[in-house]
Write a protein of this length. Structure first.
Length: 227
């Protein structure tokens, strides 16, 4: 009968070391697979969140929520020495269409000015509307703001002083959702009526929608006043 003895050859000593290394390699691969899976889930979640925001921006810009309110609010845009830019004029033209229908007794025009400007966006807007039949005493100016959040914060304060809070916001389609959300953040009951004659179209409009979706998605997380 043969007696089995311990194998002390170099090959026998190497086998346990090699097996241990293989087990460690398998564990490392599993950890990396888990990390990659987690990263993939996060990326897919963020992509889905962004696409939902993009759809909401797009669909809100194609809605029309016109109804009786306390005030129509025109979001400001560039003006050139008292003359509204084509983009701002398109927004104001939409207000000129709405005004005779009697949806609101007031129009709030918004937007301040750059240091070198002689006129604010609100002043340019008011003059434009008055020339087209909107009574001067029906126009309220918020003329200190430099962005959407400041504009709607100012509108909220002006209307609160009058005991009012329901607004119909007029702006470009791509800007409608963010404007409504920000207005609601400042305590307003807000609806939107986007202009249909915006000069922002084609590839530029597509790019604006993409950026607005990113802004809406991020603003909902960190707050629009922090954008």
């Amino acid at each position: 009968m043969s007696v089995r003895t311990r194998d002390d050859t170099p090959a026998a000593l190497v086998r346990p070391i090699a097996a241990g290394r293989r087990r460690m390699a398998v564990r490392r691969r599993r950890r990396w697979h888990m990390v990659l899976l987690a990263v993939g889930v996060v990326v897919l979640g963020l992509a889905g969140y962004y696409l939902i925001s993009l759809y909401q921006v797009w669909s809100t810009g194609r809605s029309d929520q016109t109804r009786p309110v306390d005030a129509i609010v025109v979001m400001g845009a560039a003006q050139y020495d008292g003359e509204p830019s084509p983009q701002l004029a398109a927004r104001l033209d939409h207000v000129v269409e709405l005004w005779p229908e009697g949806y609101a007794p007031l129009v709030v025009v918004t937007g301040g000015k750059r240091p070198e400007d002689r006129f604010t966006e609100a002043e340019a807007s008011a003059a434009y509307l008055i020339e087209r039949g909107v009574p001067a005493d029906a126009i309220v100016m918020e003329d200190q703001s430099t962005n959407t959040d400041e504009s709607l914060a100012g509108v909220s304060r002006l209307l609160e002083e009058r005991g009012l809070d329901e607004v119909l916001i007029v702006t470009d389609p791509y800007h409608s959702l963010r404007s409504r959300i920000v207005a609601e953040d400042h305590g307003l009951k807000a609806w939107v009526s986007p202009t249909r004659t915006s000069v922002v179209d084609g590839a530029e409009s597509f790019g604006r929608h993409l950026r607005e979706a990113a802004g809406v998605a991020l603003g909902r997380i960190i707050g629009f006043d922090n954008l």
